[in-house]
Design a protein around this ligand. Structure first.
Ligand SMILES: [Zn+2]
Length: 497
C-alpha cells in the first residue's frame, strides 16, 4: 500500500496588498532534513499523516509541504507549480491521497484553489480515496466536497487540535481502503459572513456549535465539522458552512449538517462583531493596568491590547501604526509590541548595531488600496536592544515543536515601548516571539499584539486583561470597509437580516 501525502495551505485575503509568490510558501532556512522528518511529530495534519503511516508501516511519499502566512491571491505560477507537484505524485500511482489544506485558497487563476486541486486529482485517480484536513476558517465549495472521499476541519480556534483531526482523517481513509467503513458526505452553507473575532471556541456561540460536532461524532458520524469560514475573501462561497461524513448513511450525514447549520443560523447575530472606538479601547486598557484581575487570570500579568485589524495571519500587512500611535499618545508605559513587520527598519538597526541610538520611520511601508489607505510610518527614536535571526522553536500548544521564522529581527526600545521588528510576517501566538529576543512577556505591563484569536494559545494564560482595539488594516472586522463583488447575496452583514 502506498499513500501520497501533501500540504498546500494558504488563507487568501482577496483584499490584502501582500503578494503571494512561491517563495512565501517555502521554509526560509534549509536544515537539511526531509519534509517527512521536518513535520513528523508536530501538531500539523501533515505530521499526523506521517506519524500514522509510520505507525502502520504504510509506504508514503510527501509530494509537497507548502504553507504560507495569509496574504493576497496566490501567484498563478506558484499555484500551478504546487498543484502540478501533487498531481504528478498521484499520477505515479498510489492507493490513497491525504491532503493538508487550508480551505480558503484563492489563486490569481482560481477562486477555489482547493476545489480545482481536488478536481485535478480526481480526474487522474477516479477511484482512489482522498482525505482532506481543513482549517476552521474554510470557505467550503461544492467542488471540494464532490472531489474527495473524506473531509474534516479543526474544531478549535486557536487551532490546537490540528494533528488530532488530521489523524482522524487518515484513519477513516485507511479504514475505507480495508472496507471497514463506507464514507458518504453531505454539506451546505448559510448566508452569513461571520467575523473571525467572534469564532473563538472558548466563547459562545462557537463553543456550543463545536460541542454539537463532537456529540454527532460520539453518536456515530465518522466526522462532523462546522466551519466559521473566512470572511475577507470576495468569492462566491465565502461564509459559514458544515460538512458531515457518515458511514454508508447519506440521510444521517444530511440531517446532521442541517442541525448544525440551523443552530449557526439561530446564532448569526452573535457571529458578527461590533467595535468600540479605538481611543476608548486604549483608555480602557490603560485603566485596567491598575485594576484587579478577573477570576482565573493571573494577578500580575500584562494587559493585552489586540491590534486585530492588522493581523498578518489573515492577510494584514503587519505594519499599520494606528494603534501604536494611540498607545503612545495616551502615554502607556512598559509596553512590548509583537510585532511590526518592517525589513527596511531591521536593516537600518543592523547597520547601526546593538546599543546604538537611532531614529527611524517605523512601519507604514505598505499601501492598502482595497480600503483606500496609504501606509503611514511613525517616527520612533530609541535604542537597538537585540539583533537576531528571528528563529525560535514553538513551545506553546499551537504548532508545538515547529520552528517559527520571523526573518532578521531587531528590538527597538524607546524607554516606554519595546518594539519587536521582524522581516517576515508572523502572528504572535507563542511567547517565543518575545523571549527569543530577550523580552520576558509576563513582566510587561502591556503587550500590544497584532493578532485576533490565535494569540490566546500562548498569551491567554499570562494575560490579566484583554482589550480588543479596532485600528486600521485589511483584516478589519468592519465589513462595510470592503467592496464585495463576487460573494453570494444577500448575505449577513452586508445586506441586513
Ligand atoms: Zn484558521
Amino acid at each position: 500500500m502506498k499513500l501520497v501525502l501533501a500540504m498546500m495551505k494558504h488563507e487568501t485575503n482577496t483584499f490584502s496588498p501582500v503578494p503571494t509568490p512561491l517563495a512565501r510558501f517555502m521554509p526560509q532556512a534549509d536544515d537539511g532534513r526531509s519534509d517527512a522528518d521536518r513535520y513528523a511529530g508536530t501538531n500539523s495534519a501533515l505530521g499526523a499523516y506521517i506519524d500514522l503511516a509510520r505507525e502502520r508501516g504504510v509506504e508514503f511519499t510527501v509530494a509537497l509541504a507548502a504553507e504560507a502566512n495569509p496574504s493576497g491571491p496566490v501567484d498563478a505560477q506558484a499555484y500551478d507549480g504546487m498543484v502540478g507537484a501533487i498531481r504528478d505524485a498521484v499520477a505515479a500511482g498510489c492507493d490513497a491521497v491525504l491532503l493538508d489544506l487550508h480551505g480558503a485558497m484563492v489563486a490569481q487563476t482560481s477562486d477555489d484553489g482547493e476545489g480545482d486541486l481536488l478536481e485535478a486529482i480526481r480526474a487522474i485517480a477516479p477511484k482512489v480515496p482522498i482525505g482532506v484536513t481543513l482549517d476552521l476558517h474554510t470557505n467550503l465549495s461544492a467542488k471540494m466536497v464532490a472531489n474527495c472521499t473524506v473531509m474534516a476541519g479543526y474544531k478549535t480556534y486557536p487551532h490546537v487540535d490540528i494533528a488530532r483531526i488530521g489523524r482522524r482523517v487518515g484513519e477513516i481513509v485507511l479504514d475505507t481502503l480495508t472496507g471497514r467503513v463506507r464514507p458518504v458526505m453531505a454539506w451546505a452553507n448559510i448566508p452569513v459572513l461571520a467575523a473571525t473575532l467572534r469564532m473563538g471556541t472558548d466563547d459562545e456561540p462557537m463553543r456550543e456549535l463545536q460541542a454539537m460536532t463532537v456529540a454527532a461524532e460520539a453518536e456515530g458520524c465518522l466526522a462532523a465539522t462546522l466551519f466559521g469560514g473566512f470572511p475577507l475573501a470576495d468569492i462566491h462561497e465565502a461564509g459559514v458552512s458544515a460538512v458531515v461524513v457518515a458511514d454508508g448513511d447519506p440521510a444521517r450525514a444530511q440531517s446532521t449538517v442541517d442541525a448544525l447549520l440551523a443552530a449557526a443560523q439561530r446564532s448569526r447575530h452573535e457571529l458578527l462583531y461590533r467595535a468600540e472606538p479605538l481611543q476608548a479601547s486604549v483608555a480602557r486598557a490603560k485603566a485596567l493596568a491598575g485594576a484587579p484581575a478577573p477570576d482565573g487570570a493571573p494577578a500580575d500579568g500584562p494587559v493585552i491590547l489586540l491590534d486585530h485589524a492588522d493581523n498578518c495571519a489573515s492577510g494584514g500587512t503587519q505594519d499599520v501604526m494606528t494603534v501604536v500611535a494611540e498607545v503612545i499618545r495616551q502615554e502607556l508605559h512598559d509596553v512590548a509590541v509583537g510585532a511590526i513587520c518592517d525589513p527596511q527598519a531591521v536593516r537600518e538597526m543592523q547597520a547601526a548595531g546593538e546599543g546604538a541610538e537611532v531614529e527611524i520611520m517605523l512601519g507604514g511601508k505598505a499601501d492598502m488600496p482595497s480600503i483606500g489607505r496609504r501606509g503611514v510610518p511613525l517616527a520612533v527614536r530609541g535604542t537597538v536592544r537585540a539583533l537576531t535571526d528571528g528563529r525560535f522553536q514553538i513551545t506553546g500548544p499551537m504548532g508545538t515543536g515547529r520552528w517559527m521564522e520571523m526573518g532578521p529581527t531587531a528590538v527597538l526600545d524607546t524607554g516606554s515601548v519595546r518594539f519587536v521588528v521582524i522581516s517576515r510576517h508572523q502572528e504572535p501566538f507563542d511567547l517565543g516571539m518575545f523571549r527569543s529576543v530577550g523580552i520576558e512577556p509576563t513582566r510587561m505591563r502591556f503587550l500590544l499584539l497584532k493578532s485576533r484569536i490565535h494569540f490566546r494559545a500562548g498569551f491567554k494564560p499570562i494575560a490579566r486583561h484583554i482589550v480588543q482595539c479596532q485600528g486600521e488594516g485589511v483584516t478589519s472586522s468592519d465589513m462595510s470597509l470592503f467592496q464585495f463583488e463576487k460573494v453570494r447575496r444577500p448575505i449577513l452583514p452586508l445586506d441586513g437580516d
